[in-house]
Design a protein around this ligand. Structure first.
Ligand code: HEM
Length: 433
């Protein structure tokens, strides 16, 4: 059994304990397999950057997400991945994504208009709905003919379905007609027909109706040899951006409100900065440069509550890491949850202190010590988009609202595919004076 029971019972605590007790490189037995856990920045740099060609994403990641993501960027490999990344990259250029800043503020305002002073809500659910709207609007513009909530329900079901599959020791094949498998099939078909429908409409329009959204950029992207993405590739990338983009950002926002609620001095300093720089007006993309404390709050939330709390890679060739030789097909894990709490790189690592980022800490850290967006060629393509969205939403919402955790509500990090709060984050909503 190895550590299987401990991992199932409390994965985060087990990872921390293993790293603290056994050091920088650890062999973890789980059932009849083993995983190599890397707890030193140099080893993480070897896998993600210096020897990256010797590794693929782990088969577990692929197994649980393939139905929804197909051959999308997150799980494709080799030349196919390289071409897709080359085609998608320009859509995420700084100047391109800056165009979405005002859409992000609009979506935040629409959601805020529903909140009432003194009401109690689950801020994690609210953030999920808000970022889903932002994802729909930035991916498809206004061309989606069903409600964002319907898309959210389908995506939500498919994500829970994938998570259960990842966690369950008994793997029921996807083509067995169980009620859950049949629903997964229906939800996938619903999302497919939606995305293929939009692609078809746009192909029929030709250039007569130019759109200004991510899908339009992906559709017009052309490789050096003049080829473009097929409808299937467009579908896979769109699903990938949807799934990789909205949930991670929603979780980071939820953890932000939780941290601000628990740290009134930080909240007050953030509010002071927002008042001084924005004075109550809506933020613009250019303002983010002038909000260093806001950026530090985001960095600190991503340190303590990284939505992607663990990365996994499987070797496709023999490799040497930390002086040990490993054969092909060895799985390595690198946990942001653990590295971001390492006292060798962060003073008082368990303390939420955005100030630590104010004097350029990020540039002094070695590669592999802080990697909320991964690192190397497979680094998150949406990092700039996410940082923009986090900045715009926090600046918009925090100027008008404060959230106070409901007394007695337990906030428990739950490491599924991403780092969620097990019982949600129940808060009381307060208008600011
Ligand atoms: C706070 C928000 C986010 C976090 C913490 C995050 C984190 C990550 C991490 C750690 C990876 C690397 C995974 C690995 O190496 O195995 C990744 C990859 C990726 N992310 Fe994000 N992400 C965020 C937001 C976004 C957004 C907004 C988008 C799209 C709009 C996005 C799209 C992607 C894609 C497509 C990949 C795969 C890139 C590739 O392999 O070429 N992410 N993300």
């Amino acid at each position: 059994m190895g550590l299987a029971l401990h991992v199932l019972r409390d994965p985060l605590a087990t990872l921390m304990r293993v790293a603290r007790e056994y050091g920088d490189i650890v062999c973890i037995p789980v059932f009849r397999h083993y995983r190599i856990m890397l707890n030193h920045p140099d080893f993480i740099e070897q896998v993600c950057i210096l020897q990256h060609t010797k590794f693929h994403k782990s088969t577990l990641t692929k197994d649980v997400t393939q139905r929804l993501l197909g051959q999308g960027l997150l799980i494709s490999e080799g030349d196919f991945w390289r071409r897709q990344r080359r085609l998608a990259q320009p859509a995420f250029h700084r100047t391109r994504i800056a165009e979405y800043g005002s859409t992000m503020v609009e979506c935040a305002n629409t959601h805020m208009a529903r909140w009432r002073d003194g009401e109690v809500c689950d801020i994690a659910e609210e953030m999920m709905a808000m970022t889903l709207d932002i994802a729909v609007r930035t991916l498809f513009g206004t061309t989606l003919n069903v409600k964002a909530e319907e898309v959210g329900k389908s995506l939500g079901f498919l994500m829970r379905y994938s998570m259960r599959k990842a966690r369950s020791p008994i793997k029921v094949p996807e083509n067995w007609p169980t009620p859950r498998n049949r629903r997964a099939e229906r939800e996938t078909q619903f999302l497919d027909s939606l995305v293929y429908g939009i692609i078809k409409e746009r192909q029929a329009e030709g250039n007569t109706n130019p759109h200004n959204d991510l899908l339009a950029l992906l559709m017009s992207a052309m490789d050096e040899d003049g080829t473009q993405m097929t409808p299937k590739q467009l579908r896979d990338e769109t699903m990938t951006l949807f799934m990789a983009g909205h949930e991670t950002t929603a979780l980071t926002l939820s953890w932000t409100w939780y941290m601000l609620s628990e740290n009134p001095a930080v909240e007050a300093r953030l509010h002071e900065e927002l008042q001084r720089v924005l004075g109550g007006r809506a933020p613009t993309v250019a303002d983010l440069e002038r909000l260093p404390y806001l950026r530090s709050v985001v960095s600190e939330v991503l340190r303590l509550y990284p939505a992607a709390y663990i990365l996994a890679r499987t070797s496709i060739a023999p490799c040497t890491i930390g002086g040990y030789d490993f054969p092909t097909d060895t799985t390595f894990i690198m946990a942001q949850w653990v590295m971001h709490r390492d006292a060798r790189y962060f003073d008082e690592p368990e303390v939420f202190r955005p100030e630590r980022w104010m004097d350029g800490l990020e540039n002094r850290l070695p590669a592999g010590a802080y990697f909320p967006f991964g690192d190397g060629p497979r680094r998150c393509i949406g990092q700039g988009f996410a940082l923009l969205e986090l900045g715009m939403v926090i600046a918009t919402v925090a100027q008008k609202f404060r959230f106070k955790l409901v007394p007695g509500h337990r906030v428990v990090p739950d490491p599924l595919v991403t780092l969620r709060a097990k019982y949600g984050i129940r808060v009381k909503v307060h208008f600011r004076d």
